[in-house]
Design a binder for this molecule. Structure first.
Ligand code: NAD
Ligand code: G3P
Length: 333
C-alpha cells in the first residue's frame, strides 16, 4: 500500500488527504496546531477549514513532522507559498532520499521569483525530477464533498507522475498526468491574480462581458509568461490552465475572487486581509509574477493592474480606466 504524508492541515491539505485515503492510500496529515490534529484524530473533522464535514477515519494526524514522513512514498506539501522555504528549512531532512515530493501550492516566491517545485528542489537539495505538482480546478470544499473533479499531476519523471496519479485516483477525483511542470505551476499561480481582477470587476457591479474579457486576456498573459519560461502553451488550454482559471474566476468559494470582490466594492485592502484566516495567494504572488514578467519583458497589464490596486493604492476605477484606454492592437497570445 502507498503511504503518504500530507504536510499542512489547511483546507486543501485536508481535502487532498481525504482524496488519497479514498483512493486507498495510507495517509498521515501533519498539522502545526495540536487542536487541529486532535480534531482530525479524534473527531475525524477539521471544522476550522472544512466546517460540517466528516473525514474518513483512516486519515490520521500528528504534530510530529518526522513521524508523519517516516516510511512515506509521497510527501505532499499543502502550506502557503511564501512560508514554504522557511518550513522546509525548519523541518530538516524529513523528505528522505526516495519519496516523491508533491506540491499542492499555487504561488511564486517573492524575492526569488521561483516556482514552488524550484523552492523545494533548491531548499531540500533534491533532484527536481523527484518533485511532482498537482494543480487544476480544485476548490477544496467541493472536493471534500466528493463532487466530480479532475486535476493534473505534473512531474519530469513519468513513473513518479503515474505513481502520484494512482495514489490520488478516487471515484470523484480524476488525475491526468503531464511532463509540463512549468506550465502547470504557472497556470495555478497566475490564475489567482486574474481571479482578483475578475472579483474587482464583479465588486464594481460589472457584468459577464467584463469577466469574459479579463478571463480571456488573463489566459493570454498566463500563456505568454509560461511560454517564455519554457512551458508548453497547450498546457494552458487544459485543466491546470483554462480549467482552473474558469473555476477560480467564477466561484464564490475562491479566496482570491472574494478578496477581489471586496476590493471592487471599495473596502480597504488592509481591512480585507486582516479579516481573513486563510491566504489568497494572488495578493502576494501578483508582485513576484509581475517581477518575473518584467524580467522576461512579457507584457502583463492585468497583473500590473492588480499590483496597482493591492499594493500601490490605485483605485479600482482608475485601474479600469487605464486598462481600457491602452493602445489598440491585434489580438495576440
Ligand atoms: N483551498 C483550496 O481550494 C486550494 C485548492 C488548490 C490549491 N490550493 C493551494 O494550496 C496551498 C494551501 O492552501 P490552503 O487552502 O490549504 O490554505 P489554508 O490557509 O487553508 O491552510 C494552510 C495551512 O498551512 C498552515 N500554515 C500557515 N502558516 C504556516 C507556516 N508558517 N508554516 C507551516 N504551516 C503554516 C496553516 O496552519 C494551515 O494548516 C495554497 O498554495 C493554495 O493556493 C488551495
Ligand atoms: O480559494 P483560492 O482562490 O485560493 O482558489 C482555490 C483553488 O486554487 C481553485 O482551484
Amino acid at each position: 500500500m502507498t503511504r503518504a504524508a500530507v504536510l499542512g492541515a489547511g483546507s486543501w491539505g485536508t481535502a487532498f488527504a481525504q482524496v488519497l485515503a479514498d483512493a486507498g492510500t495510507e495517509v498521515t496529515v501533519w498539522g502545526r496546531r495540536p487542536e487541529v490534529v486532535r480534531s482530525i484524530e479524534e473527531d475525524h473533522a477539521n471544522p476550522g477549514y472544512l466546517p460540517d464535514h466528516q473525514l474518513p477515519e483512516s486519515v490520521r494526524a500528528t504534530t510530529d513532522v518526522a513521524a508523519a514522513c517516516e516510511g512515506a512514498d509521497l510527501v505532499v506539501l499543502g502550506i502557503h507559498s511564501q512560508t514554504l522555504r522557511d518550513s522546509l528549512t525548519g523541518w530538516g531532512a524529513v523528505l528522505g532520499s526516495e519519496a516523491t515530493v508533491v506540491s499542492l501550492m499555487k504561488g511564486i516566491e517573492l524575492g526569488t521569483g521561483q516556482r514552488m517545485s524550484q523552492v523545494i528542489a533548491e531548499t531540500a537539495g533534491i533532484d527536481p525530477a523527484r518533485v511532482a505538482v498537482v494543480s487544476g480546478p480544485n476548490l477544496a470544499r467541493e472536493i471534500a464533498e466528493r463532487q466530480p473533479s479532475a486535476s493534473v499531476v505534473a512531474c519530469a519523471d513519468s513513473a513518479r507522475a503515474d505513481a502520484v496519479a494512482e495514489a490520488c485516483d478516487a471515484r470523484y477525483f480524476r488525475p491526468y498526468t503531464s511532463a509540463d511542470v512549468v506550465g502547470v505551476e504557472i497556470g495555478g499561480a497566475v490564475k489567482n491574480v486574474v481571479a482578483l481582477a475578475v472579483g474587482m470587476a464583479r465588486g464594481m457591479g460589472l457584468g459577464d462581458n467584463t469577466s469574459a474579457m479579463l478571463i480571456t486576456r488573463g489566459l493570454a498573459e498566463i500563456t505568454r509568461l509560461g511560454s517564455a519560461l519554457g512551458a508548453d502553451p497547450t498546457t494552458f488550454l487544459g485543466l491546470a490552465g483554462a480549467g482552473d482559471l474558469v473555476a477560480t474566476c467564477s466561484s464564490t468559494l475562491s479566496r482570491n475572487h472574494s478578496v477581489g470582490l471586496r476590493l471592487g466594492r471599495g473596502e480597504p485592502v488592509e481591512e480585507i486581509l486582516a479579516s481573513q484566516n486563510q491566504v489568497a495567494e494572488g495578493v502576494t504572488s501578483c508582485r513576484s509574477i509581475l517581477a518575473l514578467a518584467q524580467q522576461h519583458q512579457i507584457p502583463m497589464p492585468i497583473a500590473a493592474a492588480v499590483v496597482g490596486v493591492v499594493h500601490e493604492g490605485v483605485s479600482v476605477e482608475a485601474t479600469a480606466e487605464r486598462l481600457m484606454s491602452r493602445v489598440r492592437k491585434a489580438e495576440q497570445y
